[in-house]
Design a protein around this ligand. Structure first.
Ligand code: GLN
Length: 384
């Protein structure tokens, strides 16, 4: 007998997230896991020591709802230093339980039933459910392989009087593309005179390659005024499991953001906030992160040379797309499952991020791994 809920599903076509599916399959089959994006190496031991110290010193009760003041001050100082943007730590910076919570809050605060949010596909898997759970409709604008550039004319055509939000992500997961200052100029022209909110997921802000500059919405005065900019300490300090992120936005936006945050998670865990505040204040970690991951990207690319996979450009994030059309005609889900089971390397099929387009023959691989892990994985991929 099939058991049904006594209510209609709010997400009828959603299953379990692809990250959980592929990581579980990797664990069950003993495959090398290049699917879900997380480092397989440890964070700085001093960071763990700092968390332990704050725990020992008794910082184990609720943090302020907005976040620990020292961390909010350090975040504000970073935006001033890197992007020339002034955010008031008291009223414009909020610490969240990961980037995902911040994305959800920013959507929830703005979307009323029937409102539209423009998203770009491949779209990170939490965006559309966040819109739909709040009664909104996601208007999907395709980014097309292999360049995955934003087709600004199509964005213009997609804007209606119901457009409340445009969701952006740079560096972009899963395509590893980055927005340019010309993209920001286009965006700024397009939203001028509207009251569209920009939700800007910049969790890979410190992982950008080949000398490019991260074009944060915070850099651009007109865009900054209408943006919730979201960051993540998990990516920056190799601690994705701690689930600490943040959102910065002008006071009137942050006021609404906090109304949602205080009832989704209320506050984020206390001792990690104190430890992260120390690291951020000391400018530890993030200044050298791009070079660290660029070396990993280049190693991975060198290692798969001579395979039948063809790399697409990776300009940021810790992901590398590989085109496998020279190997098989299989669909990307089928191929990803098969190479996990038969060849022992797990990846992410990009179809998990597509609503409108049929999937190109491309898989996403995470290179935030020990060199040895990348070597072992590439050796297997070269046999395909
Ligand atoms: N952001 C990570 C990725 O793209 C996954 C995070 C998650 O599993 N929710 O792989």
């Amino acid at each position: 007998m099939t058991r049904t809920t006594p209510f209609a599903s709010k997400l009828p076509s959603v299953g379990t997230t692809i990250f959980t599916v592929m990581s579980k399959l990797a664990a069950d089959t003993g495959a090398i896991n290049l699917s879900q994006g997380y480092p397989d190496f440890d964070c700085d031991p001093d960071l763990v020591e700092a968390v332990a110290r704050h725990m020992r010193e008794g910082r184990n009760q609720y943090a302020p709802m907005q976040g620990v003041p020292a961390l909010r001050q350090a975040i504000a100082a970073k935006y001033d230093e890197l992007y020339g943007a002034q955010y008031d730590p008291e009223t414009e910076v909020t610490v969240t339980s990961g980037g995902t919570e911040a994305i959800f809050n920013a959507v929830a605060m703005a979307i009323q039933p029937g409102d539209e949010a423009i998203v770009f596909e491949p779209v990170y898997d939490s965006y559309v459910p966040a819109v739909e759970l709040n009664g909104g409709r996601a208007v999907v604008v395709p980014l097309r392989a292999p360049a995955y550039a934003i087709p600004w004319d199509e964005v213009r055509a997609a804007i209606t009087p119901r457009t409340r939000v445009i969701m952006l992500n740079s560096p972009h997961n899963p395509t590893a593309t980055v927005l340019s200052s010309a993209d920001l100029a286009e965006l700024s022209r397009l939203v001028a005179g509207t009251d569209i909110l920009i939700v800007s997921d910049e969790v890979y802000e410190h992982i950008i390659f080949d000398g490019a500059r991260h074009e944060s919405m915070a850099r651009h005065p007109e865009l900054r005024a209408r943006s919730v900019v979201i960051g993540s300490f998990g990516k920056t300090y190799h601690v994705t499991g701690w689930k600490v992120g943040y959102a910065v936005a002008p006071v009137e936006l942050t006021t609404e953001f906090r109304k949602v945050h205080q009832f989704t998670t209320f506050a984020t865990n206390t001792p990690t906030q104190y430890a992260l505040a120390e690291f951020l204040t000391a400018r530890k970690g993030y200044p050298e992160l791009s070079a660290f991951y660029q070396r990993k990207r280049d190693l991975f690319l060198r290692l798969i040379e001579g395979s039948r996979f063809r790399p697409l450009p990776s300009r940021g994030t810790y992901f590398q797309l590989l085109d496998y059309s020279a190997i098989t005609d299989e669909g990307d889900m089928e191929f990803a499952l098969r190479i996990t089971r038969e060849h022992g390397v797990a990846s992410i099929p990009t179809s998990a991020f597509l609503y409108k387009q049929s999937a190109p023959k491309v898989l996403r691989f995470c290179f935030a791994k020990k060199d040895d892990t990348l070597e072992r994985a590439a050796e297997r991929l070269r046999r395909l």
